[in-house]
Ligand binder design. Structure first.
Ligand code: HEC
Length: 126
C-alpha cells in the first residue's frame, strides 16, 4: 500500500513540475512579427523613463510578477536571460497583445508611450 502511495506522491510532484514549467516558456516570442521585433524604443533615452516605468510596474504588474519582478507562483521571473535578450519591440508587442492563454494580460489600454516606459524599466532590470 505504501508503495502505491509513494507512486501517487511522485506522480503529483511530476505533474506540478510540468505545470510550473508550462508557462514562461517564451513561446510568445515566436508570434512577434518581424516588423514589431525590430521597433526601436522611442522612450529609451527620455529622462525619467525608467522611474515612470517602475511606477507603472508597481501599479499594474507587481501583483503577478512581484514588486521585485522575481516572479511568483507560475508568473515568470523577469530577471531572466529571455527578458534581457528580447528586443524592445518584442517586449512592447507582448505588453500590447498579452499572452492571454497563459495568463499574461494585454496592456493595449495603456497609452503606447507608457508601454515603452515599461519596456525601458524592464530593460533596466539587472
Ligand atoms: C495576471 C497576472 C499578470 C500580470 C498582471 C502581468 N503579467 Fe506578465 N506574465 C504573466 C504570465 C502568466 C506570463 C507568462 C506568459 C507566457 O509565457 O506565455 C507573463 C509574462 C511576462 C513577460 C515575458 C517573460 C518571459 O520570460 O517570457 C514579461 C516581460 C511580462 N510578463 C511583463 C509584464 C509587465 C510589464 C506587466 C505589467 C504591465 C505584466 N507582465 C503584468 C502574468 C502577468
Amino acid at each position: 500500500m505504501s508503495g502505491v502511495f509513494r507512486l501517487l506522491v511522485f506522480c503529483m510532484m511530476a505533474l506540478s513540475l510540468a505545470l510550473a514549467t508550462s508557462v514562461g516558456d517564451g513561446r510568445w516570442q515566436s508570434k512577434v512579427p518581424e516588423s514589431d521585433r525590430v521597433r526601436q524604443n522611442p522612450m529609451a533615452a527620455e529622462a525619467g523613463s525608467i522611474a515612470a516605468g517602475a511606477k507603472l510596474f508597481r501599479q499594474h504588474c507587481a501583483s503577478c510578477h512581484g514588486s521585485d519582478a522575481r516572479g511568483r507562483n507560475r508568473r515568470p521571473d523577469l530577471h531572466s536571460d529571455r527578458v534581457r535578450d528580447a528586443t524592445p519591440g518584442q517586449l512592447e508587442w507582448l505588453l500590447r497583445n498579452g499572452s492571454l492563454k497563459n495568463g499574461m494580460p494585454s496592456w493595449s489600454r495603456l497609452p503606447e508611450p507608457q508601454r515603452w516606459q515599461l519596456v525601458t524599466f524592464l530593460k533596466s532590470i539587472p
